[in-house]
Design a protein around this ligand. Structure first.
Ligand code: GUN
Length: 283
């Protein structure tokens, strides 16, 4: 039997409806959620992401600013700008689009963002809060993965989740969130022996490594939930994930397509974080 397909766009749309309603309530109380997105340089992919973030804000009735800076902007000038938005009460979320030009130290920039406005969840204190289980701003793609699981009735509690990949933005935080949701979690990576065998133990398999079509059907337990966080561009220009979708779709119980699975959730969770930060700013 073929897997049930997890359509992230549909789930994302229904979350956005909920966010719009909540934002309207908050606005009636005098607080408009506000997000500033800062982009340095002309990277074409980043330009698209930034436009999509601004559009999502518009659709939900948030206040939004996009600051476009030239590629030769100094680190000191960028830090000064962040300080200004840290102190701006109309702004509840600050996102500096990555990657930054090489002369700017990414860590210095992330560290400078006020933790209560860190809607990316990349600040070391946000990462610490995630580990401890505090109610913090959580990184967007990982929290999108958890939403997809919960909203398709695949609660991680009591399940064995195997995460393939240990990056700071996907593998590690996804593993920590799955643990928070009471899964038993195994993290695999490029140095894991018998990785297929490990993956085959998974009730929930989350893959984020950036290797096109790495995961084949012999990596997947029949009926497992397969969440593909990978986005790779093939030589013919098409997008594909880290999972060989066509190969796995007959074995898995549930599967996310690429595109249209995890991808649409990232900006939606950014919107959720901005709203959360706006709500917390009232207290
Ligand atoms: N570049 C690609 N994805 C992201 C993201 O989620 N946040 C930021 N700040 N930059 C990115």
């Amino acid at each position: 039997m073929s897997a049930q397909i997890i359509y992230g766009k549909q789930i994302s749309d229904s979350i956005r409806e909920e966010l719009r309603a909540e934002a309207d309530r908050l606005k009636a109380e005098g607080v408009t959620p506000g997000l500033v997105v800062i982009i340095v340089g002309e990277d074409p992919a980043s330009q698209v992401y930034v436009r999509n973030k601004a559009k999502a804000c518009e659709d939900l009735g948030y206040y939004s600013e996009v600051v476009r800076l030239p590629a030769d902007t100094t680190q000191a000038d960028l830090l000064t700008l962040i300080e200004r938005y840290n102190a701006d009460d109309a702004v509840h979320g600050i996102l500096v689009q990555l990657p930054l030009p090489k002369h700017i130290e990414e860590k210095a920039i992330i560290d400078a963002i006020a933790v209560e406005k860190d809607v990316d969840g990349f600040h070391p204190e946000s990462v610490g809060n995630l580990m401890i289980g505090d109610d913090a701003l959580l990184p967007c793609t990982p929290s999108g993965v958890i939403e997809l699981l919960k909203r398709t009735g695949n609660s991680p509690a009591g399940k064995h989740a195997v995460v393939i990949g240990r990056s700071n933005i996907v593998g590690k935080p996804v593993a920590m969130l799955l643990l928070r949701e009471n899964a038993t979690v195994t993290i695999c990576h490029s140095r894991t022996p018998n990785i297929e065998e490990m993956a085959r133990q998974a009730d929930i398999l989350v893959v984020g490594v950036g290797v096109p079509k790495l995961v084949k059907k012999n990596w997947v337990k029949p009926g497992a939930v397969v969440i593909d966080v990978g986005v790779n561009r093939l030589p013919d220009g098409k997008l594909c994930g880290d999972v060989d979708y066509e190969d796995v779709v007959e074995t898995a119980g549930w599967i996310t397509p690429v595109p249209g699975g995890v991808g649409p959730m990232t900006i939606t969770m950014l919107m959720a974080n901005t709203l959360k930060s706006a709500k917390l700013s009232k207290k």
